[in-house]
Design a protein around this ligand. Sequence first.
Ligand SMILES: Cc1cc2nc3c(=O)[nH]c(=O)nc-3n(C[C@H](O)[C@H](O)[C@H](O)COP(=O)(O)OP(=O)(O)OC[C@H]3O[C@@H](n4cnc5c(N)ncnc54)[C@H](O)[C@@H]3O)c2cc1C
Length: 317
Amino acid sequence: MDKPEKPLDLLIIGAGVAGLTAGIYAARLKLKTLILEDEIVGGQIQETYVVENYPGFSKIKGSELIDKMHEQTLLAGTALDEFDKIVSVRLTPQEKIIETQTAIYRPAAVIIAAGMKRREVPIPEEKKFRGKGIHYCELCDGHMYDGKVIAVVGGGNSAVGAANFLEKYAKKLYIIHHSDKFNADQIAQDQLFSNKKIEVLWNSKLIHGVGETSLSSVIIENQLTKETRTLEVSGVFVQIGSMPKTDLYKDYIRLNESGSIVATETCETNIPGVYAAGDIRTKPIRQLTTAAADGTVAALLAEKYIIGLKKRKEVIA
Ligand SMILES: Cc1cc2nc3c(=O)[nH]c(=O)nc-3n(C[C@H](O)[C@H](O)[C@H](O)COP(=O)(O)OP(=O)(O)OC[C@H]3O[C@@H](n4cnc5c(N)ncnc54)[C@H](O)[C@@H]3O)c2cc1C
């Protein structure tokens, strides 16, 4: 069956904070807009227990904040399609074509707000134990390990935050970190170091997972001595950073060596009419407020581009 072809003013890829903010502005600008989201609405902040630095809310659950933004976007009038996967894109100065599993879109402008995905732990048994001992979302899966010995891998804010969150379930909790210091906020580190249930294994790397059908232990290697050690843990939560989700666009859009879309605070990419908003673009600070700022800028500049394009077409006609 042929897929329906749908014209749009603006297509926004991703319904995280950047995409939803762009959607709110696009509705106010009266652009015929669709936000495509291939998972659930919300992006990274959906999984964050508590947010304490978003203006207007001294303390709010990540999921609650995103619910409010989602509702506001729909009320403003922007359409949102969840769980439809993009299968191909063509992004040139002349045409923008985005094909999903169910439709083909030909928007005048595109905002890529597809954010970041978690980095997988590089061990041979990752796939075997994913969801059966190896996890990436402590908020979603932490409760499965009530009274058990567990570990967190990583040393940044996400890892230290995950350990502080998970300790309530754990009988004992190890943090496996490849370096000899954390790269996390001092306040989070102080909370962690004051907890007697938590033991930090410095200069250590997870090299194997062991178990029949689910994880029962892991093997770690000391990076200085190369000695290995087996830890009896039934769950490991991995927090070793994120990568931009840019594979789909790499044939058209300029990326830097880390895979981020090259764009400044105007969010303009190398292709006129294609904008990159939020964590997916090159930027020094990745936060909710900077993602929302990008969504704003991208939508307002996309509108200017669309108006210009319509005028040029009228002149030619
Ligand atoms: C654990 C953690 C805690 C954090 N805590 C804070 C905090 O307290 N305060 C703060 O300011 N910031 C915090 N951050 C950072 C903040 O969450 C991000 O900067 C912000 O959410 C980025 O928003 P975004 O919209 O750019 O991207 P994302 O949130 O990554 O959203 C991108 C969306 O695009 C979707 N998508 C991707 N590819 C496609 C595709 N092909 N088709 C359709 N949809 C697609 C994804 O599913 C996702 O929903 C935290 C981050 C993490 C990981």
